[in-house]
Design a protein around this ligand. Sequence first.
Ligand SMILES: [Zn+2]
Length: 445
Amino acid sequence: MKIKFYGGVKKVTGANYLVEAGKIKFLVDCGLIQGKNVCELENFEEFPYSAREINFVLITHAHLDHIGRLPKLFKEGFDGYIYSTLPTKDLAREIIMDSKKIVEENCLSFNKDSFYTEELIEKIFQRWKTIDYYKELKIDELKIKFYDAGHILGSAFIYINFQNEIITFSGDLGSQDSILKPTDELPETDYLILESTYGDRLHQNLESRKNILEDIVEETIREKRTLIIPAFALERSQEVLYDLISLIEDKKVPEITIFLDTPLGIRILNIYEKYYEYLNEEAKNFFIKRNYENLEYLKIIEEKNIYGIVNYPSPKIIISSSGMLKGGKIIPILKKFIEKEETTILFVGFQVEGSLGRNILEGQKEVIIDDENYQVKAKIEKLLSYSGHKDQKGIVEWVKPQRKRIKKIFLVQGEKEAKISLKIKLEDYLGIKTEIPEENEEFEL
Ligand SMILES: [Zn+2]
């Protein structure tokens, strides 16, 4: 086999890996390259391979940085099938449709033709087949299995066996504390393509995630604050909402008004209900019986008007997207509240370099929003254990049982420091040869 790294290498985003197994060529993930923009200029460069020659694509999960260049692949002549789990396909449709407008705006600003046309998007879903976890997919001499990665609903790490040589793609790996089932154990593998988003970090004590949230909510109520939670429509919003409602129902905190201001987040909530059997026991019961309309303190905002939210008396909680503050409904809310000392902004997900979220999180006191300067007077908090990624310890523990079998690990989907730190740990502690591939680098396995 041969593997080529075409994305998810230089940056965390844009995952795109090509495997050659005998005569067969296939891709694992085809993600959008993201940074300051949802869709960066690099996305318009032609793929460094012929899309026509690709036989099929395997998708680990529905985040845009793993699926977002699929329309472009079809535009360049790909005509094979896409394979993923069933929830991934449903979520991918929501995610792609939701990002269509903003991707098209980015295209326009770069003076490029959009690859998010109705026709190309429709084609993706016509060519998209689904497979359950643990079922063997046989293509030619390849035996492929999807395992539960516990990162977002339907997320998978993918096991590929070709003539008894095994390569496994981790996709993104979930942290232990989640509404999903825990990440499946890593099966026997010779080569591992491993994510490293939090490869240099240790999460706060995971047991305490809900306790920390409880403290923040209590402070919000006591001091009549406005708590703003920038929400990633997928997974983070559902998890935060689940914890908030549980805190109120378990009477750990008094009732407080929660504005859920993310239409996509609400649509995705419905997909969670549909696939409740993919969730862990506790969360399953929560999502299966939930009737959100009955919760007086929960205000689901579907319209564009933000005045109701802004003028509503504090204390209050506002969950609004986008998660990295790169546009979305949260921007007008942020403008109203960022300069107030009685505001708390709570980050619950990874903030990419260059994003407004990252700048605020790193303590910038003055930021630019829509070409205007704003003083950051709000209190900034973070609870990154919601981020849905394993930390360094979690990654090392996941790999450890296979340390004798693994011949080599390739680190992807992380910033440079994260990869270097994780490489040292994997080599020194587990004794596994670990590579940090360069963009477009090729390895013979
Ligand atoms: Zn992801």
